[in-house]
Design a protein around this ligand. Sequence first.
Ligand code: SF4
Length: 178
Amino acid sequence: MSQEIQKLEGFEGPGFLATSLDKAVGLARKNSLWPLPFATSCCGIEFMATMASTYDLGRFGAERLSFSPRQADLLMVMGTISKKMGPVLRQVYEQMAEPRWVLSVGACASTGGIFDTYSVLQGIDRIIPVDVYVPGCPPRPEQILDGVLKIQELVANESLRRRNSDEYKDLLASYGIQ
Ligand code: SF4
């Protein structure tokens, strides 16, 4: 799989291109995501395969993993999240600067998966907002890549004003996040 070089939309002529700031910033952000892998169990192993040479997430500009939330803009949650782990995950999310995106990888992160028990969180969207869900138990690396591409689509098309909008503030408020 190779990624096409995307042209910016706008007015163009010999030696110039006029486009909107939203589109230029979106293109830059989309191709320079810094993922924070929050991997707690088997889905994390699929992520390791996604980073390795055969699938190589680096082809999408996202090879620089960050294990510090302050230097990351894509939170990738992979694995079973116990209720005890929930506050830790939420703290990591809160420590990330805006704009930030969340990819929920696999059945466990998205719904609790097969662990319908008292101790497992039945989906991370109970504690933090999620942008894209990747199904599967575990999802194959191609599916994880597809999830990252969907995130890239959101990033490229996001308005620069979205994070200051009332809708976004209401979304965070519904999670009790300032
Ligand atoms: S979804 Fe399946 S593979 Fe992924 S963490 Fe849960 S049990 Fe493991």
